[in-house]
Design a protein around this ligand. Structure first.
Ligand code: GLU
Length: 275
């Protein structure tokens, strides 16, 4: 059955861009008599706030949307992400990275064959790793692109389907050895999204063009974890009058401030092309 989702992070109030994205996904679900899933992506414990989460429900209801309940909150499902990570680890597809952000940047800048665009590393020698673990040093888990390429027989045959564009070659190497589990929360964006899209039976991932590159990485994770492959649709980003995309920093454009200024849901839906 057709199923799509809107997956905001409760790190700020929703703005017009979110409304456009949610309405786009919701309209697709309605047209296909399918499911519309709302997912709260709250693994970033330093930036997520309960108040932003309640505001998401309030703003989407104001917009006239309905969604399946119970809503999946990623912070309540860490065991699912840890299981996926353990699977990758068992196949030697991830490695522990003890570098700080700064050390990663330094390693990229001083790579032997010229600066690296994205980080590529590898596991430490086992004695050093054992010593660092024994010393209680924090580490992140990174995907090993080398190991992943070997596991899927090279990335040439890896593709995804973008609605309206057809089959697109996936280029996960553009993301480098991405972090799959952060040192603090034990999971990171790409892994949580990939696992959830599969667990929630999402057949169509509809989201903004800003996440197009993320799809290349997520497609690889699906292949490595033997998960089903959804179809993708990356919609254009809504631009403000200044030609820039809406962002959480544009406080005046949040749905609640539009509401306070007297805008009705019907006005906004019409303005966004869903009248
Ligand atoms: N939580 C992500 C965000 O708010 C969206 C993830 C996704 O749609 O895959 O940007």
């Amino acid at each position: 059955m057709f199923a799509t989702r809107f997956a905001p992070s409760p790190t700020g109030y929703l703005h017009r861009g979110h409304a456009f994205s949610a309405l786009t996904a919701h309209a697709a679900a309605t047209a296909a008599s399918g499911r519309f899933v709302l997912r709260i992506e709250d693994i970033d414990t330093t930036r997520s706030r309960p108040a932003f989460e309640s505001a998401i429900y309030e703003d989407l209801a104001w917009l006239g949307l309905t969604w399946e309940t119970p809503v999946r909150r990623q912070s309540e499902h860490l065991a699912d992400y840890h299981a996926a990570l353990a699977q990758l680890e068992a196949h030697g597809l991830v490695y522990r990275c003890f570098r700080t952000r700064r050390e990663v940047a330094e390693a990229m800048a001083s790579a032997p064959h010229g600066p690296m665009e994205v980080f590529r590393g590898g596991p430490l020698r086992s004695e050093e790793e054992t010593a660092r673990l024994a010393a209680g040093e924090p580490f992140a888990w990174r995907l090993s692109l080398d190991a992943a390429a070997a596991a899927v027989g090279g990335f040439d045959s890896l593709t995804f389907v973008e609605e309206g564009q057809g089959v697109i070659p996936a280029r996960p190497e553009l993301g480098g050895d991405v972090v799959l589990a952060r040192r603090d929360v034990g999971v990171a964006y790409h892994l949580a999204v990939t696992v959830d899209d599969a667990l929630q039976g999402i057949t169509h991932v509809i989201r903004g063009r800003d996440l197009f590159e993320a799809t290349h990485v997520q497609r690889l994770l699906q292949a490595l974890l033997h998960l089903p492959e959804p179809t993708y649709r990356h919609h254009d980003l809504l631009l403000g009058p200044d030609g820039r995309r809406f962002a959480k920093r544009d406080r005046s454009e949040t749905l609640r401030s539009l509401r306070e200024r007297g805008m009705t849901p019907a006005d906004l839906r019409k303005e966004l092309g869903f009248g």
